[in-house]
Design a protein around this ligand. Sequence first.
Ligand code: NAD
Length: 372
Amino acid sequence: MNSRRDFLQKLGISALALHLAPLSGWTASKNNVEAPYEGRVLRVAIMGLGSYGTRVAEAMQSCVKAKLVGVISGTPSKIKDWQSKYGIPAKNCYNYENFDSIKNNPDIDAVYVITPNALHHGMVLRVAKAGKHVICEKPMAINAKEGQEMVDACKKANVKLLVGYRMHFEPKTLEVIRMRNSGEFGKILFFQGQCGFKIGDPTQWRLNKQLAGGGSMMDIGIYAINGSRYMTGEDPVWVTAQETKTDPEKFKEGVDETIQFQFGFPSGATASCLSTYNMNNLDRFFLDGEKGFAEMWPSTGYGPIQGRTHKGELTQPVTTHQTVQMEEMAAIVFDNKQPVVPVNGEEAVKDLKIIEAIYQAAKTGSKVVISL
Ligand code: NAD
């Protein structure tokens, strides 16, 4: 049993409330006391027990509506470690050969796929066939065709397909979206998204086209793509792009090191973005409108997210993104809750189509029309 969860439930304080609290100065005031959660709990098995899987598992320890109950891994020693750390019963442990039999396990509702990008497609098709809801990490696939097949398979199996777009639940991000929707920035004119970091070990899967599907764009540039959409509230209709590569040894054919790209939106607004695996300190969004602006820096890292608008600092609570994401996803699965910004497979296919258009624009040097 999860003693922290039990403790919180006894106290009547939801862990989500704790995770929505500012990091400092929070005390359990009367307003933070909630009735214990009595709804259905989303019982999740994590597939791929690597660095992000571990982060999600830790964050889930504070969830009330979602619970880590199973694992799928090719490494028996990791399964053992996770079993003892999270109290996972042997009957909920699988490897990549036998996990199709999860269909006969009534104690697991969903599988969260957190493997290297190129493996998402095959794994999601198998999970859907087993009749379990799917949560899949970004990028959902390595091209739009595979992405669409995943959407179709989940629809056919009548299971939900949700993608780990954790920023869609982040309070400061949602406040900027609220301000935009209520017209506080006026007509949106311009978005700038700069996303990147200097990547280390040249032998890692992120630098292997076969497993990653590309380079920085698949991994980190996707935040600028998706961000340009949720910050402006529009989908791009054209793209131009320029690629630079300073280290062709490390960033081989098909693995992009740095790409700058520009979008045009139906309203006439434009965006200018940067995706890179070769520069640090790039985690910044800027949105400009006729009546005001929003700046977020950091904008998509694990946090704390910081930002300001023409009206002042953004003061919404600091959250553990993955905790809130999993709480919200439980409500999406069981209550059909509609998030402010979608996290479904169709949303992810749009990003994959845009990535393909960016690659084409960078390759040809011409403006590419995007139709989503
Ligand atoms: P990682 O290398 O730390 O973990 C990957 C896991 O997959 C490992 O446990 C590895 O053993 C397993 N695996 C299974 N088959 C494999 C194979 N053939 N080759 C290599 N590993 C294999 O990677 P990660 O950082 O955890 O990333 C996993 C996924 O999560 C990626 O799709 C990535 O884009 C995504 N991710 C998302 C976020 C986010 O903030 N949403 C952050 C980090 C990673």
